[in-house]
Design a binder for this molecule. Structure first.
Ligand SMILES: C[S@@+](CC[C@H](N)C(=O)[O-])C[C@H]1O[C@@H](n2cnc3c(N)ncnc32)[C@H](O)[C@@H]1O
Length: 274
């Protein structure tokens, strides 16, 4: 039987995002600590990856479901939770654009840090997040910001400049970093503007090696950058891409010690009270 490829899933199953996630753990934990997670709270972590925020939510006693489109990351999340004995931290495959397995008004808190922003059909994503949140509950999203000068926005911008053009009708994930789009999407899902608040926040990437070695992690394991390098190879532009990204990583590095990388990156934190 002919299997159709889901390009959204294929992008994130490519490579191994756990290699990048490993450099984001402290920021993930700090963010969760600021969310008022309490014992017994029902939390959905959407686009959870291998659990950078899901595990800290469960450590605080929440009953956590991590949902992600990538089967390898769901497996990795399960392994990490099992290693810590976090039986109330479950993971399953699912698509943020269609959470058909999840009942209405189930969760006290829906968290999606650089996750749901990558799903297609953003209006459906907003509708689904609102649908599964109980009245009085919250949705917290972390979204990279288009044209922001810091690391991830720039990696994604450069990667897409070298990659083949997206299919017609493709909506850039970066539009989730624009307040007016966020308001419009949640507005269609029945949320008023005064139920949404925005803040600029920072994630810090910490890697025990040089910026060049950290860039190698992205070029070998991070789907969007892997695609850019593949396309650049075909067009004989690898050196150009490598140089552009290397100068980005080096210029953003704030680590005091040699052989270590510490890069802060700005994102838009969106909080919706349902
Ligand atoms: C940049 S990673 C962030 C992962 C995690 N939230 C973290 O903070 O480490 C993006 C994640 O979104 C997931 N994702 C992309 N599209 C998705 C979709 N349509 N539904 C659910 N998850 C999706 C990817 O598989 C990946 O795990």
């Amino acid at each position: 039987m002919l299997q159709t490829v889901n390009p959204n899933r294929a992008l994130w199953e490519k490579g191994d995002f756990t290699r990048i996630a490993a450099t984001m753990r402290d920021s993930g934990e700090s963010l969760v600590n600021a969310l008022g997670v309490r014992r017994g709270m029902k939390v959905l972590d959407l686009g959870c990856g291998d659990g950078t925020t899901a595990l800290p939510e469960a450590r605080l006693g929440a009953d956590v479901l991590g949902v992600d489109i990538a089967s390898n990351l769901v497996e990795a999340g399960r392994r990490r939770a099992a290693a810590e004995g976090l039986s109330h931290c479950r993971f399953q495959e699912g698509d943020a654009s269609n959470l058909e397995d999840l009942a209405d008004q189930t969760f006290d808190l829906v968290v999606s840090i650089f996750g749901a922003m990558f799903a297609p059909r953003p209006f459906d994503v907003a509708k689904e997040m609102v649908r599964v949140t109980r009245p009085g509950g919250r949705i917290v999203m972390g979204n990279w910001i288009p044209n922001d000068p810091t690391l991830v926005a720039q990696i994604l911008k450069t990667s897409s400049a070298y990659s083949p053009p997206p299919p017609e009708g493709f909506v850039s994930p970066m539009t989730w970093g624009v307040e007016s789009h966020v308001e419009e999407r949640f507005g269609k899902a029945g949320i008023e503007r005064d139920q949404i608040s925005f803040a600029r926040d920072t994630y810090v990437f910490e890697y025990p090696g040089t910026p060049a070695a950290f860039l190698r992690e992205f070029s070998e394991y991070y789907g969007p950058t892997m695609n850019a390098f593949e396309a650049a190879r075909k067009n004989d532009r690898v050196d150009e891409l490598q140089k552009e990204l290397q100068s980005l990583f080096e210029s953003q590095n704030t680590a005091a010690q040699a052989n270590s990388t510490r890069i802060p990156a700005t994102f838009l934190r969106v909080t919706v009270t349902v």
